[in-house]
Design a binder for this molecule. Structure first.
Ligand code: SF4
Length: 191
């Protein structure tokens, strides 16, 4: 079975494998299944949060029987002049950013010298973080440089922001970290 790159993208690997392994073409049934899944869904336009290209996305959502809004699918926006409906592998998995079953929903802590992670409360995690940041800041705060200039900066803590930061989250993080005197500050906030 000869499959071009365009055909592969349109029917997906499951369709290619299903067709060749079973001896008949499942392309149409896979298309129908995808259509049924998002039929009647609300379409919302958004942007991929992962990099500076800023590809446009369409999110499909539906109200579930329990009243909650379910995110069903995210795909590239074919009307976007930036990505014309395509997404790179990272953007194509952005659905998982929101609903992956592999996401860890609670903080984990591995004590110094311990081999195992253990589940802790948010209160414990935030308290521990605050204490460690304060200890490092106090130990490495520099008030004057070698020439006697007043600098008042913290040289022992660095901050790395996430690629999925919104502009607002990036602004908040920068304000907070600058307030602590951090100079080593980087993040990939693009949206
Ligand atoms: S889909 Fe890929 S190229 Fe487009 S914005 Fe997201 S990460 Fe960047």
């Amino acid at each position: 079975m000869e499959v071009s790159r365009r055909q592969f993208l349109s029917i997906g690997p499951a369709g290619v494998l299903g067709g060749s392994a079973l001896g008949f073409d499942l392309t149409e049934s896979i298309r129908v299944k995808q259509r049924l899944r998002i039929e009647g869904a609300t379409l919302s336009h958004s942007l991929c949060p992962y990099c500076a290209v800023g590809c446009s996305l369409i999110a499909h959502t539906k109200k579930a029987a329990n009243g909650k809004t379910e995110l069903l699918q995210i795909e590239g926006d074919p009307d976007s002049p930036v990505n014309e409906g395509t997404l790179c592998p990272k953007g194509a998995t952005s659905l998982q950013l929101a609903i992956s079953r592999r996401r860890v929903p609670h903080p984990l802590y591995r004590a110094p010298g311990a081999a195992e992670w253990k589940q802790v409360s948010w209160e414990f995690a935030l308290d521990r973080l605050a204490r460690n940041i304060k200890a490092s800041r106090d130990a490495t705060f520099v008030t004057q440089d070698a020439d006697g200039n007043v600098v008042n900066r913290c040289e022992g803590v660095a901050f790395a922001g996430g690629a999925a930061f919104s502009s607002e989250e990036g602004y908040l993080a920068t304000k907070l970290m600058r307030g602590l005197g951090l100079v080593h500050l980087e993040q990939q906030a693009r949206v």
